[in-house]
Design a protein around this ligand. Structure first.
Ligand code: ATP
Length: 199
């Protein structure tokens, strides 16, 4: 999945509309402490459907809306859009670009949009399910997690990589299929027994 751009407005420290363009390959965000680097990662997770205000380092969802500074009055709405490349057709939509947007107002009302059309959170989750880039896809690794990952046991690290690579769902489908195969083998044996009895 190639994230081409991020458009942030009124989210956390981003009072004004900011458009970030990301190139192919590695992008690095640099800046002094507290300048809003982590807020960008929070913005991405938020659009992908993060529901926990705590994991976005706030106490309620409204905390993601720019709350004012010495020079600026607070704003009434936070809006973030992620612009994904879809020339490879990774998303099953007939567009070369897919834009996912989330908005929230101070009264708690909010909206999700796919290419500017209102949708449900579920639609966004489903869109990302097979791409390995969803909220649970380990595509975003927080500060504390790096150390945690380095100290994982090798089996645990393997399962994390498998999850990120989207292998976990195939593993569980394989488990299901093997179970059905076992049941079918048993059924076949019973049929053979019956056939022998009749003969
Ligand atoms: P560090 O390097 O220390 O991790 P950082 O660059 O990642 O810093 P962030 O944690 O992204 O910084 O940004 C924190 C800043 O965002 C703080 O100055 C905080 O006041 C500001 N901030 C967070 N939420 C809001 C909000 N709702 N309104 C205005 N400012 C906010």
């Amino acid at each position: 999945v190639f994230l081409k751009g991020i458009h942030i407005q009124g989210f956390k420290s981003f009072a004004d509309s900011v458009k970030l363009e990301l190139g192919q390959g590695l992008s690095v965000v640099v800046g002094p402490n507290g300048s809003g680097k982590s807020n960008i990662a929070d913005a991405v997770r938020w659009v992908l459907g993060e529901q926990s205000a705590k994991s976005l380092r706030g106490s309620k969802m409204e905390d993601v809306i720019f709350s004012g500074s010495t020079q600026r009055r607070p704003v009434g709405m936070a809006e973030v859009s992620l612009i994904f490349d879809n020339t490879t057709g990774i998303f099953p939509l007939d567009f070369r670009e897919v834009t996912i947007t989330r908005r929230v107002y101070r009264d708690g009302e909010g909206q999700y949009l796919i290419n500017k059309a209102a949708c449900r959170l579920k639609d966004i989750q489903e869109l990302f399910m097979d791409t390995g880039a969803g909220k649970e896809g380990f595509s975003i690794i927080g500060q504390g997690r790096v150390e945690e990952i380095l100290t994982l046991k090798s089996e645990e690290r393997r399962s994390l990589i498998e999850e990120a690579a989207g292998i976990t769902k195939f593993r569980s489908r394989k488990r299901e299929a093997l179970k059905r195969l076992d049941a079918t083998t048993l059924n076949l044996q019973r049929i053979e027994d019956i056939v022998q009895e009749i003969e």
